[in-house]
Design a protein around this ligand. Structure first.
Ligand code: ADP
Ligand code: MG
Length: 271
């Protein structure tokens, strides 16, 4: 049976985002726990468009590595809400802050799952465009799932340009800033791989790769180092396989970057 808004009882706030709030909720009859993302009726049209897009994408995906969708409501007040599966350990970002950096073995587990999710999405012509630690959810079973499809894109034509400035600037790939220079055969999917490379790098070293620890990102400096600098390299101590894996994700020229299905065969994932 479909879930109605009156069936759900709010338990706590799980996170605040761009235009809304995510709650932990309980289904009164079944006691099942869900996450509910609510966007208020008075939020700006762009946020409301994003939530519809997110609902549309979640409604058509079915993968163990994409957060599961359970329904959508719209209230007369204009509030819209998405019901999804509750991920009890939160995001990779909260885990990093709570438990410190990840080991290579843990990152291989994370990478394998996110790549399975991305390979699923890309084969369904969906580009996520905002892969980063706070959009990757984790549960107690150590399952990692991709969430937050607010700025994602469904490609209608293969050559559809999708170079708009959406997503979190820091994790954006060189070809999204400068497609003429780094975007040979530009199709958008490779941008998600770049963002995954930066995400794994960050979880390993504990801070955003292009910036020294503790420094807050500033848009202009970041864009310069992403476009004009060399891709970041892992510190001494990282294994040869991990180093090579990160290099394959962080090729500046998007056509040289490995795809999700290629990366799934990389030796790093065998450890
Ligand atoms: P936004 O577009 O506002 O960033 P997200 O979908 O990323 O929205 O959700 C914001 C935050 O809420 C996440 O970073 C996470 O902390 C929490 N959250 C979102 N979905 C879930 C979920 N299904 N289970 C647990 N926590 C979640
Ligand atoms: Mg988010």
């Amino acid at each position: 049976a479909a879930i109605a808004p009156t069936d759900l009882e709010k338990l706590e706030v799980l996170g605040h985002g761009n235009g809304g709030t995510v709650y932990k909720v309980r289904h009164k009859r079944t006691s099942a726990i869900y996450a509910l993302k609510v966007i208020h009726g008075d939020s700006d049209p762009m946020t409301r468009r994003q939530v519809r897009r997110e609902m549309d994408i979640l409604g058509r995906t079915d993968s163990p590595h994409v957060v599961q969708y359970h329904g959508f409501f719209e209230k007369p007040s204009g509030d819209v809400a998405i019901v999804m599966e509750y991920m009890d350990l939160g995001t990779l970002d909260t885990l990093l802050k709570k438990n410190g950096t990840f080991s290579e073995a843990q990152l291989a587990t994370v990478a394998r799952q996110v790549l399975n999710g991305l390979s699923y999405l890309h084969s369904h012509k969906i580009i996520h465009r905002d892969i980063k630690p706070s959009n990757l959810l984790v549960n107690r079973k150590m399952e990692v799932k991709i969430a937050d499809f607010g700025v994602s894109k469904v490609m209608c034509r293969t050559l559809d340009a999708c170079n708009s400035y959406v997503g979190t600037c820091a994790y954006m790939s060189p070809e999204r800033f400068d497609p003429d220079r780094y975007g040979g055969n530009y199709n958008g999917y490779a941008g998600d791989i770049w963002s995954l490379g930066l995400t794994l790098f960050e979880l390993y070293v504990g801070h955003f790769p292009f910036l020294p620890a503790g420094q807050r990102p500033d848009w202009a400096t970041l864009m310069c180092s992403i476009c004009f600098g060399d891709p970041p390299t892992l510190p001494e101590g990282a294994s040869r396989e991990f180093r090579s894996f990160i290099e394959c994700c962080l090729k500046k020229e998007s056509s040289e970057r490995w795809t999700a299905s290629q990366l799934l065969t990389h030796p790093f994932l065998r450890c």
